[in-house]
Design a protein around this ligand. Structure first.
Ligand code: MF3
Ligand code: CO
Ligand code: CO
Length: 278
């Protein structure tokens, strides 16, 4: 049984009920998410061979400070950084370090700013210099998975419609969908109900309703779907060490479909890939 609850009056903890947000809440999310999107835009020219993920972490912290926002990951469940940087076979939650990025790497940069209490959660893939054709294809497939998931969002559909759209496309492209991590409700909480699975069937999961806000953040592998978490307790890698990619948007369900809160203001939704037509 799912319950839906007006966001304004609900307790600020994840009770399993799905919050429904109003126009003022949408405005708050728009602002937080656009700050995150601007940060991800600023990182485009910075991600080059030789730059360290520590430097990216510092930039994300400073950019937040300069704009009145705090990174949500800072001291979140023992995580001590402002950003996750996940390179090559790292699926998610990669911890910044002092190793320089190398030509041919692909890196996911995942930023969540808290601005006026709203969480703007988004990530993109960044190619480091020239990348191999297989890597470029994985980025294209993964971005398309995200956008097909988003296209399935409308009131009356179930969360499973998002998963089905993503899984169907990924597997048709001979890629696999990571099962161990999912999208999530987001708003005044970083991680809230509902879970948004990136696989499954359209008739599964709770019904989408106008006013829901959540992320879609598929992790897609060139090899098998299985992951393991390293001994640092965070870094998730593909078990077969195959290349993996992820893009993440935060969206709000509207009468017509959905609003993407984290769209790039500069048109850098897929850094390093050719612009989309239409
Ligand atoms: N931003 C990630 C997400 O998309 C969560 C990172 S939590 C951390 O949900 F602790 F690993 F930073
Ligand atoms: Co997220
Ligand atoms: Co994220």
């Amino acid at each position: 049984m799912v319950t839906y609850i007006e966001a304004a009056t609900a307790p600020l903890k994840n009770t399993g009920a799905i919050r429904l947000y109003g126009p003022e809440d949408f405005a708050g999310m728009r602002k937080a998410c656009q700050l995150t999107a601007r940060c991800l835009d600023e990182l485009v020219p910075m991600v080059k061979p030789g730059v360290t993920t520590d430097a990216i972490d510092r930039f994300v912290f400073e950019f937040g400070m300069d704009n009145g926002a705090l990174p949500a990951t800072l001291n979140y469940r023992g995580y001590t950084r402002s950003v996750c940087t996940s390179i090559n076979h790292v699926v998610c939650h990669g911890i910044p370090n002092d190793k320089p990025l190398r030509e041919g790497d692909i890196v996911n940069i995942d930023v969540t700013y808290v601005l006026d209490g709203w969480h703007g959660d988004s990530s993109r893939m960044y190619p480091v210099g020239e990348i191999k054709r297989a890597a470029e294809r994985l980025l294209e497939v993964t971005y398309e998975c995200l956008m097909r998931g988003i296209a399935a969002v409308r009131p009356g559909a179930r969360t499973g419609a998002i998963g089905e759209a993503i899984q169907t496309y990924a597997e048709a492209e001979r890629c696999s969908v990571v099962r161990d991590f999912c999208g999530h409700g987001v708003g005044r909480l970083f991680h809230d109900s509902p879970n948004i699975l990136h696989y499954g069937r359209a008739n599964e999961g709770p019904e989408l309703k106008e006013g829901m806000i959540f992320t879609i953040e598929p992790m897609i592998n060139l090899g098998r779907p299985h992951v393991k978490v390293l001994s640092d307790g965070w870094t998730a890698v593909t078990r077969d060490r195959s290349l993996t990619a992820q893009y993440e948007h935060a969206v709000g369900v509207t009468a017509a479909g959905c609003e993407i809160f984290t769209l790039s203001p500069g048109g850098f939704d897929r850094p390093g890939l050719p612009p989309l037509k239409g």
